[in-house]
Structure formats: structure tokens, C-alpha cells
Ligand binder design. Structure first.
Ligand code: GCO
Ligand code: MG
Length: 407
């Protein structure tokens, strides 16, 4: 069996999905997702210009060797662009493997370990009342777990991922062009306000709702430790990215002062970046994505390593992921003995479902993986021709005096 060709499509309904389709001499094809938010044309070019020409003629069934060829074969390797491109190829090869075996990918990994995978949705508000309305709406939709982000008095619209005005939706990506808008941040105001807001939500919604919160890398280690201690009464399911991801030692201080569960890893691109945090048991959830962590092949290894250290999965599932990588993650979620939760923001719009038909389904806050062979998601190429790449950016963050801060 041979890979004969591969095509890359960039675009989608309100998103620039990077979709890879690998074709074979036996008519079976595989799909992959290389979407890298606001940098979409780069993994697409890496695939078209470098990787696709190199894998044509290879046997697609040898997904492990092809992954090693891509990663170890590159002297300058890794980084989010390359890993997203390897990830897309790897997903497509697992899709092909499943289709030729007549089995869904989760069966190739070890079968189903659960009936449905717990997912969480996002709720955000310009202030606490607005946020409470948004949480109530998610519960109404059936979600049992919700990530909550709230505007801070004195800096409206400036908490991470919150709308500027009541009832408005907040979109991280602004398709107005490549020059980012500026949001302001003040850690002092955040630290004074947010613990009380989270505790208030816990009181309002009761003990059963799983509440998650994302700090988006904005606190210093001492502040993060103090914040983690202050939010303990809110009984969070997790506290996400409390400190900048580059400094893994920062978490030690937080661990010494709090038992709040910590989730990290959405910006990690390899097993090596997860290795220390997992082995030293400094985190409770690992947040990698099958796209920019390089595909199912390496993420399966991360899951196994995590399982040895009581770390559960909580894969990244921001809206930038296409239904193809969400399907790949759904198969891992169905199998992973140490599954925790899945961020879930992708399927559901009619346009998206039409572009990527599948019978994966969300019900009662759980994701039910499809039993169709392979990844169980298809791609309508004719429909894809309607969508074009739209340059976008997410905001940058500055302190009130103009100093740059972590987005
Ligand atoms: C999340 C993430 C995202 C990122 C986005 C950046 O937890 O969902 O923090 O929302 O901000 O993916 O491009
Ligand atoms: Mg996050």
C-alpha cells in the first residue's frame, strides 16, 4: 500500500481550519487537522512544501515509522508549526489504518473504557451576573462542567476571554486583520476580585457543577500560589495555566500552598515538555492537543506516562480545533484509562457539521464517540471550496502603564 498524494485545505465557517487529506493507491483516504490558531498558513506550507513530497510512496500503514521519520529525521525539529504538521499526517494515517481494519481508532488503541467522555464548555461574562447567566445557559444545554471567565471591576473586558458588555459573545480571534487589539491587565485587581467571584458561583450553582477556571499564564509564582489557596473554597475541578508555561519550577510553590487541581499543557508540543511536570507530579491534568503535540502516536505516550503519575487527561479543545482533531481526541478519550475531561467547543454549528459530517455526538454533557471505521469524520471538499483563509489575530495584553504581558 502506498501514499499517492495529499492535499491541504485552509478555511472553514468562521475559522481557518487546516485540513489534510492523504490519498492512497487503494482508494482509502485519511484526514488530519493541522490548525494552529492565527498562524494557519504556516503548517499548511510546511505540509505542502516539505512533508507531503517526502512521504509520497511510503506505506501509510507504518504510522510509527513515518512519525519517527518526520520527527527524528528533521535536524531542526519540533515547535508548534512542525508538530501541527506532523500531527495532521499522523491523524490521517490512523484514520487510514482504522478504515482498512474496519475498526474505529479507539479499538486500535485498546477499546472503550467508558460510555461517554465528560466535556466542558465555556461560560463568560462582562461581570458576575452576566457570567452566572452564561453558566445557567450551559447547564440548560446539558453541560455538567463549565469553564468560567469573568470581567474584573475597574477593567471591563480585560479578564481573559470575557466580553466587554453584558450578553455579548467574546471571540478570541479578531478577523479584522493581523494587527492585534490591546487588552489591559492588572494582577492586583484580579487577585482581589476573582476568588470571591468563584466562591459566589459555587454557592449559586451548588456542589455538583464542575467549575474550571483559566488564568491564561498571567500570574507570577507567588501570586499563583496565593490565588490557588484563596480559591480552595470554590472547589474547582481545575485551575488552568496559573503561571507562564516556560517556567515549570513555578508550580512547586503553588503545590506547597494549595491542593487545587492544576491543568497545564495546551501550549506544549512534545512529550519532553510534559515529562518533568508529570514525573514530578506537579500537575493533575495534562492539556496537550493532538495537533500541535504531534498526533495520536506521541500523545498516546504522554497519556501512558501521565497514568503512572496520577495525572489525568484534559485535552485542549478550543474552537480553533477542527472536528478532525476533536475526533482523534475523542478516540483517545474513549480509551484512556486516565481520562479526565475534554474541552469541547467545536461541533454543533450546521455549517461545521456539513463540512465535516460525522456521527460523533454530544449528549448530556458527554461526548459519544462514533463506531465508524477510522476517525469517523469525513470532509466535504466541494463545500470547502466556499471558504477562504481570513487573516486574524488574538489580542495582546499590556499593563496599564503599557508594559507587555502574557496573553
Ligand atoms: C483554552 C485556551 C484557548 C487559547 C487559544 C489561543 O483553554 O481554551 O486557553 O482559548 O486562548 O487557543 O489561540
Ligand atoms: Mg487555556
Amino acid at each position: 500500500m502506498k501514499i499517492t498524494d495529499a492535499k491541504v485545505f485552509v478555511g472553514g465557517p468562521g475559522k481557518n481550519y487546516v485540513t489534510l487529506k492523504i490519498l492512497t493507491d487503494q482508494g482509502v483516504y485519511g484526514l488530519g487537522d493541522a490548525t494552529l490558531n492565527n498562524r494557519e498558513t504556516l503548517p499548511a506550507a510546511y505540509l505542502r512544501d516539505y512533508l507531503i513530497p517526502a512521504i509520497i510512496g511510503m506505506d501509510p500503514r507504518n504510522s510509527e515509522d513515518i512519525w519517527q521519520f518526520l520527527y527524528r529525521g528533521a535536524y531542526f525539529r519540533g515547535g508548534p508549526i512542525a508538530m501541527a504538521a506532523y500531527g495532521a499526517i499522523d491523524m490521517a494515517l490512523w484514520d487510514i489504518k482504522g478504515k482498512i481494519a474496519g475498526l474505529p481508532v479507539h479499538q486500535l488503541l485498546g477499546g472503550r473504557s467508558r460510555d461517554g467522555a465528560l466535556v466542558y464548555a465555556h461560560a463568560a461574562g462582562s461581570d458576575l451576573e452576566d457570567l452566572a447567566d452564561s453558566v445557567a445557559a450551559r447547564i440548560e444545554e446539558g453541560y455538567r462542567a463549565v469553564r468560567v471567565q469573568c470581567g474584573i471591576p475597574g477593567m471591563p473586558g480585560a479578564g481573559y476571554a470575557v466580553p466587554g458588555t453584558r450578553g455579548a459573545r467574546h471571540y478570541i480571534t479578531d478577523f479584522g486583520g493581523l494587527r492585534p487589539s490591546v487588552e489591559y491587565w492588572d494582577s492586583g485587581r484580579y487577585l482581589r476580585y476573582m476568588p470571591g467571584a468563584l466562591c459566589e458561583l459555587r454557592d449559586r450553582f451548588g456542589p455538583e457543577l464542575k467549575i474550571l477556571h483559566d488564568v491564561h499564564h498571567r500570574l507570577m509564582p507567588r501570586e499563583a500560589a496565593a490565588f490557588a489557596r484563596a480559591v480552595e473554597p470554590a472547589d474547582l475541578f481545575w485551575l488552568e495555566d496559573p503561571t507562564p508555561a516556560e517556567d515549570q519550577d513555578a508550580l512547586r510553590l503553588l503545590r506547597q500552598h494549595s491542593t487545587v487541581p492544576v491543568a497545564i499543557g495546551e501550549v506544549f508540543q512534545s512529550l519532553w515538555q510534559c515529562n518533568r511536570l508529570i514525573k514530578q507530579e506537579l500537575i493533575d491534568f495534562i492539556r496537550v492537543a493532538v495537533t500541535y503535540a504531534g498526533g495520536i502516536t506521541p500523545v498516546r505516550r504522554i497519556v501512558d506516562l501521565a497514568g503512572m503519575h496520577h495525572v489525568r487527561t484534559g485535552f485542549h479543545g478550543a474552537p480553533s480545533h477542527s472536528p478532525v482533531s476533536m475526533a482523534a481526541q475523542a478516540h483517545l478519550n474513549a480509551w484512556a484509562p486516565n481520562f479526565g475531561i475534554q474541552e469541547y467547543l467545536v461541533l454543533g454549528t450546521a455549517e461545521c457539521d456539513a463540512l465535516f459530517p460525522s456521527d460523533h455526538r454530544m449528549e448530556g454533557g458527554l461526548f459519544h464517540v462514533s463506531d465508524a471505521p477510522g476517525l469517523g469524520v469525513d470532509f466535504d471538499e466541494a463545500l470547502a471550496a466556499r471558504y477562504v483563509y481570513a487573516p486574524g489575530s488574538h489580542p495582546v495584553v499590556r499593563l496599564e502603564d503599557g508594559t507587555m504581558w502574557d496573553y
